[in-house]
Design a protein around this ligand. Structure first.
Ligand code: ADP
Ligand code: MG
Length: 728
């Protein structure tokens, strides 16, 4: 009998929901572990606090004197809450979060111990972080990177450590993290959108991008997960026959949340609330053991930090509940994968959502302006947007089981489709008074505040307008949202800058009124953005053909998708907005290609090991049992034994056949890996892994999965799909 598997099953079946303490009045504890601005205000002299606010608003460096005062306040507050250490918390390009803890504790020259934390330590640190990916920006033996405080995201307490959100940059100034380019992109979109919003309201001073992410994940019993080397090392199952029952009956989606999972969620939500993450929604997802968590949306930089933080938190809380949380986009073949929808909108400092239809024709013209500019931005940069969500793991999800395809398109619903087609007919140049009235009364004026058909769940649309926001659904569940958010906000910023230029030109050169100029430009944008608008089913052949005709990209895998990241237009886009310079762009590309290669390399090794060390020996064991059985039958029946062993002999030969398939597949895979490894150019190496090594995975897997069905269940060493997916 296979001991590990059955021990794991036994352990998982004996679990009880872990008790949680929860404060039902969440508002009372919300943000208790966050050093928020209002809290900071209670610690600081009024003049100091005002200076800090001005520095934040104007993006200016905070003076040493103010930093010192804030540091002391932070220290006192933290110590009063049991904190002993502080860390600069950042998001290097590994996609994870990083921290290095230092104690507040210091000794004085006279040998006394004190607790100390000053402005210098708050504002800047120099972690010896030479092992983070840098894509060639730094050589490990020379310049080190440093972390610098991001005062727009508040410090928080995690365990007994004060975490200070920071950016991570090289001494030469290049960004080594996800946050730096995101902050620059958010700044660009603020400036560009504010200029456009002022066509409609002169008092607008600032536009903020908001992000509401929806995190999907799987929960698997810890013992079961540990027993599978593939889940432990790669985050997904590399083999395993599908369960007879999967998600066919649709009985999991929005169903009753299993008690163990529910207690995990309650515990997690309680901790999230303490950390100021405004979690709101929880439910079962489509696949068995799959769930979703969503907060109330926030300013995009803060939302990105909160998503990174909650992913860390989920891993930690899962341990307490004897779960392993799987963020992988496709942990199980044949059932739905996990995504992370990024809901995005822009709003002014007056609280007006620029992507929400309003009550007056003017506010609706404002809505249409931002709506159409976003569509145009996506239309013109669809390939870059696709690249922003490319990863080895998301490759498995895009285009499979109800997930959006790798082809980007925008869904807007029937009502808005109609509005756009009417706007497309607007006269060129000056508009007659009748036409203007007609537009105001019958087109723009008739956009309802609540768009009914945007509750339509066109799940296969990668980028859908859902009433007052766009929902970027192609983002993968493991992703750091900063990557897609940097791209989206940059392309919209660039688009809005162009729009403003074009409108101003018409006003000055053609002497058009402001609204006439806007209508004129929007009309042209609608004409130019038709390719990207798609309301149909993103699945299957038809859209593949149609999208090709429209000239849309269809980059099915990461090595193909990433290429655009270093294309001339991309460099031009980022450098013109000061989001990234050429070195930063190239470094990121190298890092992402490198990560892809490593992930596939690891998967390939793990698969080879499992196939040879687990599956084949089990097959041989079972085959020997059958051989003994045949021998025994021969002993009993003598000459007549043949009629009694027909099926056993079939099984024996089938097993040999699959062993051959697996073993030769693994040998071939190892050889191909060796060939790929000596390719110097990283893009070519990634292509070899993608196009030559990966296809061998399915050959090996098929052999293994066939054997899983043939071999005695008691002998099978790996926890099966039905056990992984149906025991919580
Ligand atoms: P679902 O897409 O699962 O049906 P909703 O559309 O209601 O759920 O909301 C999903 C997410 O969108 C939540 O995180 C919510 O906070 C966020 N959201 C709602 N309005 C906005 C907005 N104007 N801008 C950005 N995110 C938003
Ligand atoms: Mg959604």
């Amino acid at each position: 009998m296979s001991k590990l598997r059955f021990d794991a099953l036994k352990a998982s079946m004996s679990r009880k929901p872990v008790k949680v303490r929860e404060n039902s009045r969440r508002s009372a504890i919300y943000g208790s572990n966050v050093f928020s601005l209002p809290l900071m205000q209670t610690f600081l002299p009024n003049s100091t606090f005002k200076k800090l606010l001005i520095s934040i608003e104007k993006n200016q460096t905070i003076s040493r004197d103010i930093a010192d005062q804030i540091a002391v306040a932070m220290k006192e507050w933290s110590i009063s809450k049991g904190v002993t250490h502080y860390t600069h918390w950042f998001q290097p390009l590994t996609g994870f979060t990083a921290e290095k803890h230092d104690a507040f504790f210091e000794t004085t020259s006279s040998g006394l111990g004190i607790e100390q934390f000053d402005g210098n330590q708050l504002v800047q640190q120099e972690p010896d972080a030479s092992s983070f990916p840098n894509g060639g920006i730094r050589n490990t033996f020379e310049a080190r990177g440093y972390t610098a405080w991001d005062p727009t995201s508040p410090a928080f307490i995690f365990g007994t450590t004060l975490c200070i959100p920071t950016v991570f940059v090289a001494y030469t100034g290049e960004a080594l993290d996800y946050k730096t380019p995101l902050l620059r992109a958010l700044n660009s979109v603020d400036v560009a959108a504010t200029a456009v919003a002022r066509y409609f309201d002169k008092n607008v001073k600032k536009v903020t991008a908001s992000l509401g992410w929806e995190q999907e994940y799987f929960l698997i019993d810890k013992s079961l997960a540990i027993s599978r080397p593939d889940l432990e090392l790669t985050g997904r199952t590399l083999l395993g026959h599908s369960s007879a029952k999967g998600q066919q009956l649709d009985d999991h989606y929005f169903g009753t949340i299993p008690s163990r999972a529910l207690n995990f969620m309650r515990d997690l939500e309680n901790e999230s609330i303490l950390l100021g993450i405004p979690v709101k929604t929880r439910h079962n997802e489509v696949a068995p053991n799959q769930f979703e968590l969503a907060p109330i949306y926030e300013e995009a930089n803060l939302a990105v930090d909160h998503n990174s933080l909650i992913m860390d938190l989920m891993k930690k809380v899962a341990e307490r509940h004897h779960f392993k949380v799987l963020f992988h986009e496709k942990p199980f073949a044949g059932v739905n994968g996990s995504g992370k929808h990024n809901n995005w909108s822009l709003s002014t400092d007056h609280g007006v959502n620029l992507l929400a239809p309003g009550r007056t024709p003017m506010s609706n013209l404002q809505f249409l302006t931002f709506f159409i500019n976003t569509i145009k931005a996506v239309n013109d940069n669809e390939e870059l947007l696709r690249a922003s969500i490319a990863s080895a793991s998301n490759d498995h999800r895009l285009g499979a089981n109800e997930a959006p395809p790798a082809i980007m398109s925008v869904f807007i619903g029937a009502q808005l489709t109609k509005v756009l087609s009417e706007l497309e007919g607007v006269t060129k140049g000056k508009l007659s008074p009748e036409e203007k009235t007609d537009l105001k009364l019958n087109v723009v004026g008739k956009i309802p505040e609540i768009l009914l058909d945007n509750t339509d769940r066109n799940r296969t649309s990668p980028f859908a307008f859902t009433g007052n926001k766009f929902e970027f659904r192609a983002v993968g569940s493991t992703a750091n949202c900063a990557n897609p958010m940097t791209v989206l906000n940059s392309i919209v910023a660039k688009q809005l800058i162009e729009f403003k230029d074009e409108v101003d030109d018409l006003i000055v050169e053609k002497e058009l009124k402001k609204d006439e100029a806007i209508f004129n430009i929007l009309r042209e944008y609608i004409k130019k953005s038709k390719a990207i608008l798609f309301e149909g089913n993103g699945y299957g052949e038809e859209w593949q053909k149609e999208s090709k005709k429209r000239g849309l990209s269809n980059n099915k895998n990461t090595p193909e998708a990433l290429k655009i990241k270093i294309a001339k237009d991309t460099v031009e886009l980022y450098t013109s907005l000061n989001v990234m310079n050429q070195t930063e762009i190239e470094a990121r590309y190298e890092i992402e290609v490198g990560e892809y290669i490593h992930r596939i390399q690891i998967e390939s090794r793990v698969l080879g090991d499992i196939a040879r060390n687990h599956v084949i020996p089990t097959a041989v064991k079972y085959q020997n049992l059958l051989i003994n059985n045949v021998r025994g039958l021969k002993d009993i029946y003598g000459e007549n034994y043949k009629e009694y062993v027909i099926e056993q002999l079939n099984l024996i030969s089938d097993i040999s056949k699959y062993i051959e398939v697996i073993n030769s597949g693994v040998t071939k895979m190892i050889n191909e890996r060796k060939k790929a490894n000596i390719i110097l150019e990283s893009a070519k190496k990634a292509e070899a892994y993608c196009n030559i090594v990966i296809p061998l995975f399915s050959v090996i897997r098929k052999g293994c999965d066939k054997l899983e069905l043939l071999i005695d269940d008691e002998l099978w060493p790996l926890v099966k799909y039905r056990e992984l997916l149906f025991t919580t």
